[in-house]
Design a protein around this ligand. Structure first.
Ligand code: FES
Ligand code: FE
Length: 451
């Protein structure tokens, strides 16, 4: 029985009414309400599978990388048995973080407060002056670092969940989540580069997620980037669009090729004729039959942005981005940069230039976007303005899902807001579910037919 989860004298958002899929009208208080935010941490980030790190970031025993599940700081560490553990970075003595570095190599984690020392599997192995001060009264096996409930990887991408009832990672990702990751592997195995570009924006995390499906803003928000030649109209504002929707809120939205256009680009690959530089470049990564098989008949015609619900965005700049919530009004943006293992040096250099100049703290496009997301968040805070709903109705009822015999499906259309509507619909279902079982029983499966 869906119910408003928020009960307080201070605030209330009726979750049942906050989003109407049949009209595309959204209650903007979901972006600013503190109690909604607290429930998101519990019901979405605490329950879902969260991307933690890539295999190549922690290749050897003792290597660690510090990440976040919602606001819970965690350490991913490879132990001496080669197992990757994800441990809460919070000492059970007084709660201090036991690891202050963002990444590195260690033999153990010693808390800087009183010196409790934890092994790579999180077990408490040493306590200063244990005998003299605790006199046998501390059972160390009960006071290790807490582990995530489950840690699993898909093709080297490690995810963790805090909920022991979560389905397997593969079931969670489904074909759309896996496709999002497979798109990063079209040039073969990859390695993540050292360090992560991090910055904070004064926006609610959902505005950042919403935007990755948004190909409507491009010509306006990024007009200057067009003018200076950083991006092309063909890449960023094409007519052909494809949206792929997956279970539990995953999705891919953006440029896509019709079958006919794909054939045209394939032809151009062999003849070298034509003017279509961006698509030719993208398509050239997907000519290998094994790659096409991996992406599938609809997937290989998509050049859009995948989002692995809730907050992992994959771009086509050899980057992926986590949008980590820092309260209702702030989001920490983490850009992971990767390169194919066998990429020639000149192309690697070009990719690194792109990593530094398109997104991230110094990125041209993200400066444009971040301003808009921050002001959208600000606009949802005023006593009057927060009561004015938002319109996400573009394309509603005007498109159809086509399904391939392989089981893949997609919406082939023009610029639209299908991805945003799917995100908020799934968000609402996550927020209304009381458990994984409840979510599994009551979530929407991706639409068929008219959308
Ligand atoms: Fe960690 Fe006391 S808080 S040893
Ligand atoms: Fe943008």
């Amino acid at each position: 029985m869906p119910a408003a989860i928020i009960t307080s004298d201070r605030a209330s958002v009726d979750l049942d009414a906050c989003y109407n899929p049949s009209t595309g009208v959204l209650d903007r208080r979901i972006f600013t309400d503190r109690l909604v935010y607290e429930e998101e941490l519990k019901r979405i980030f605490g329950r879902g599978w969260n991307f933690i790190c890539h295999d190549s970031q922690i290749p050897d025993p003792g290597n660690f990388f510090v990440s976040f599940i919602g606001e819970d700081e965690v350490i991913a560490v490879r132990d001496r048995t080669d197992k990757v553990n994800v441990l809460l970075n919070s000492c059970p003595h007084r709660g201090n973080t036991v690891c202050r570095a963002e990444l590195g190599t260690t033999k153990s984690f010693m808390c800087s407060y009183h010196g409790w020392n934890f092994d790579l599997d999180g077990s408490l192995v040493a306590v200063p002056n244990e005998e003299a001060f605790y006199k046998g009264g501390l059972d160390k096996k009960d006071w290790g670092l807490e582990s995530a409930a489950k840690v699993e990887s898909y093709k080297g991408f490690y995810f963790a969940t805090l909920d022991p009832d979560a389905p397997s990672l593969l079931d969670y990702l489904g074909w759309v989540g896996k496709l999002g990751i497979d798109m990063m592997l079209v040039d073969g195995p990859i390695r993540f580069l050292d360090g992560v570009h991090k910055n904070r924006l004064k926006c609610n995390w959902k505005f950042a997620v919403d935007n990755l499906y948004d190909w409507y803003h491009v010509k306006v928000s990024h007009g200057t980037a067009f003018k200076v030649g950083l991006v092309t109209e063909e890449a960023m504002a094409p007519n052909d669009q494809m949206v792929i929707l997956g279970e539990y809120g995953h999705g891919i939205g953006g440029p896509g090729l019709t079958v006919e256009r794909q054939a045209e680009f394939d032809q151009r690959q062999t003849t070298g004729e034509g003017e279509s530089q961006w698509y030719d470049l993208q398509a050239s990564h997907r000519t290998d039959p094994a790659t096409r098989e991996m992406l599938g008949p609809i997937g290989h015609r998509s050049f859009g942005h995948p989002n692995i619900f809730p907050n992992l965005w994959v771009t086509h700049t050899r980057q992926m981005c986590l949008r980590i919530p820092r309260g209702p009004f702030e989001t920490e943006i983490w850009w992971f940069n990767y390169l194919p293992v066998n990429l020639p040096a000149a192309q690697s250099k070009q990719s690194i230039f792109t990593h530094n100049h398109v997104f991230g703290p110094a990125g041209f496009l993200e400066q444009d976007d971040g301003e808009n997301w921050s002001h959208s968040t600000r606009g949802a805070r005023g006593t009057q303005s927060k009561n004015r709903p938002l319109n996400i109705s573009m394309g509603l009822g005007q498109d159809a899902v086509s399904t391939d015999p392989s089981g893949q499906s997609g919406i082939e259309t023009v610029v639209n807001e299908h991805g945003q509507r799917w995100t908020y619909q799934c968000w609402k279902e996550w927020m209304q579910a009381d458990s994984w079982q409840d979510l599994m029983n009551n979530h929407s499966t991706p639409p068929q037919g008219s959308v």
